[in-house]
Design a protein around this ligand. Structure first.
Ligand SMILES: [Fe+2]
Ligand SMILES: [Fe+2]
Length: 135
């Protein structure tokens, strides 16, 4: 069922990136469903690990295009990615050690970050990607 929905306004106009963003939305929904459905610490940890891993795959995919075609805002964009990865990794560690619980606040943070990054920072590369990426 899920908490959040992909909407056309989130499109960056490049299918491969939209599909990766949709998968991230799905993974946040999976955390929500697992939490609401009374998931165990272990099952939640597994989904969080998956999210961290896939987020890195996605960021690397964007950054590879930036570097290959010389995107002007590469550094600022990469900094946002790095900060988010560090924040999520901190949470993951705390959760794994039983120091930080999984709550709706965490899911809201993930959701808000993703949508504001897609609508703001990622949207800025839309025309650059459309000019340089085939799909
Ligand atoms: Fe992105
Ligand atoms: Fe990005």
């Amino acid at each position: 069922m899920g908490l959040i929905k992909w909407e056309e306004k989130y499109s960056v106009g490049v299918d491969s990136m939209d599909n990766q963003h949709k998968k991230l939305v799905q993974m946040i929904n999976d955390i929500f469903d697992e939490l609401r459905g009374g998931g165990t610490h272990e099952s939640l940890l597994k989904i969080i690990e998956g999210l961290v891993e896939y987020t890195q795959v996605h960021f690397k995919a964007e950054e590879a295009v930036f570097e290959k075609f010389g995107y002007a805002e590469t550094e600022e964009h990469k900094k946002e990615h790095e900060k988010f990865i560090a924040q999520v990794a901190d949470f993951q560690k705390g959760f794994e050690e039983g120091k930080i619980p999984m709550t709706m606040d965490i899911i809201t943070f993930l959701k808000d970050w993703l949508f504001s990054h897609i609508l703001g920072t990622d949207q800025k590369y839309s025309s650059f990607f459309k000019d340089n990426v085939i799909v």
